[in-house]
Design a protein around this ligand. Structure first.
Ligand SMILES: Cc1cc2nc3c(=O)[nH]c(=O)nc-3n(C[C@H](O)[C@H](O)[C@H](O)COP(=O)(O)O)c2cc1C
Length: 379
């Protein structure tokens, strides 16, 4: 499929997602880049995101904290203060000027935090009081430690839902086209959903229905605030990040998407399980079939995709859109490169979370226009 002509490449076909007319199916998924000093988005983010924007292309902004208890990583952006909302505006404008559709991922880390990130050095909040073990980070080998979380009381839950509502309202005020609720990768919503991290005995723990209650209440709150046509969600039932996993991930995923059907959300974005080694090659497990069948709306898949695999899953109807994380990070003109089947820049893991405003961020090169001409002629 590497030689598919652009006109026939499924990834480059248009798609109508709710009220948005997408011109292609190559999505930028949320990527934390740790360059929002003091939790305030910076002007260099306008350069980075607009480099990746195309007319009718879908970009999802990095995980963005909903409140001062939501943070757990250095220099990640927030959207709970006026200053943060104002700082997002020029970034969103820069994407819109290029015709891009821009969604903000709204996030609470829950227990993936420590006292140092919390207001007044308090304990991080979670579904549980079990803490995450210290972890060696892959990109630089450093060891991160987490503090013991405090189990949320039932009477505190409405406040957290309200934080998500306000963050969504703020995102719309900043000009975003919608929000993606972060219900994936071991953070607060998943801590409630998965049985490794939910040891509650109240109405938010135990049965699948009870464990999903909090996430679905957040969805309902955000939908009430900004309307379902502006709300997406990210799920990762198969993931086991930061010791957050489930004994029956497929049942969890299917239960969630069936429950989401009643809201008519903009999309559901699901992360594939980790790639596996088969016959000497890295392979995507493709475990989303049951969720695809159960979900009525737009499905975005992510995790290990390249041009060939992306084209294949669109063609087969396995997903509607495909997100490319590390490839888009390193190739600001990824849709164009896919169109030309041009070579890709390699990503540099060491600078993923580097705080520099340029290096490893906005300095990945675009295709050389002269080479582009040659590649176009060769097609
Ligand atoms: C540097 C980096 C930062 C990420 N940050 C986020 C994030 O903020 N929110 C999120 O949901 N996923 C995040 N992810 C996961 C990606 O969105 C994506 O699912 C992952 O990179 C797998 O896709 P890929 O194989 O195409 O890179 C991050 C991944 C990377 C590499």
């Amino acid at each position: 499929m590497g030689s598919i002509p652009a006109e026939e490449a499924p990834l480059l076909t248009p798609y109508k997602m709710g009220k948005f007319q997408l011109s292609h199916r190559v999505v930028l998924p949320p990527l934390t880049r740790c360059r929002s000093y003091g939790n305030v988005p910076q002007p260099h983010a306008a350069v980075y995101y607009s480099q990746r924007a195309t007319k009718g292309g879908l970009l999802i902004a990095e995980a963005t904290g909903v409140s001062d208890t939501a943070q757990g990583y250095p220099q990640t952006p927030g959207i709970w203060t006026k200053e943060q909302v104002e700082a997002w505006k020029p970034i969103v404008n820069a994407v819109h000027e290029k015709g891009g559709i821009f969604i903000c991922q709204i996030w609470h880390v829950g227990r993936v935090s420590n006292y140092g990130y919390q207001p007044n050095g308090q304990a991080p909040i979670s579904s549980t009081d079990k803490e995450v073990s210290p972890r060696r980070r892959q990109h630089d080998g450093s060891v991160v430690t987490y503090s013991q979380p405090r189990r949320l009381r039932i009477d505190e839950i409405p406040q957290i839902i309200n934080d998500f509502r306000l963050a969504a309202k703020n995102a719309i005020q900043a000009g975003f086209d919608g929000v993606e609720i972060h219900g994936a990768h071991g953070y607060l919503l998943e801590q409630f959903m998965k049985d490794s991290t939910n040891d509650r005995t109240d109405e938010y723990g135990g049965s699948l229905e009870n464990r999903c209650r909090f996430a679905l209440e957040v969805v309902r709150g955000v939908v009430d605030e900004i309307g379902a046509d502006r709300v997406g969600i990210r799920l990762s039932p198969f993931a086991a990040e930061v010791e957050c996993f489930d004994s029956y991930p497929e049942a969890l995923g299917v239960f969630m998407v069936r429950s989401l059907n009643r809201y008519g959300l903009l999309y559901c974005h699901i992360t594939e399980p980790r790639m596996t080694f088969e016959e000497g090659k890295l392979k995507i497990p493709h475990r989303l079939h049951a969720m695809r069948r159960a979900f009525d709306g737009t499905l975005i898949t992510a995790g290990g995709y390249d041009r060939e695999e992306g084209n294949r899953v669109i063609e087969e109807g396995y997903a509607d859109l495909v997100a490319f994380g590390r490839l888009f990070l390193a190739n600001p003109d990824l849709p164009r490169r896919f169109e030309l089947n041009a070579p890709l820049n390699k990503y540099d893991r060491r600078t993923f979370y580097f705080s520099d405003p340029v290096v490893g961020y906005s300095d990945y090169p675009f295709l050389d226009p002269l080479k582009e001409e040659v590649e176009e002629e060769e097609r």
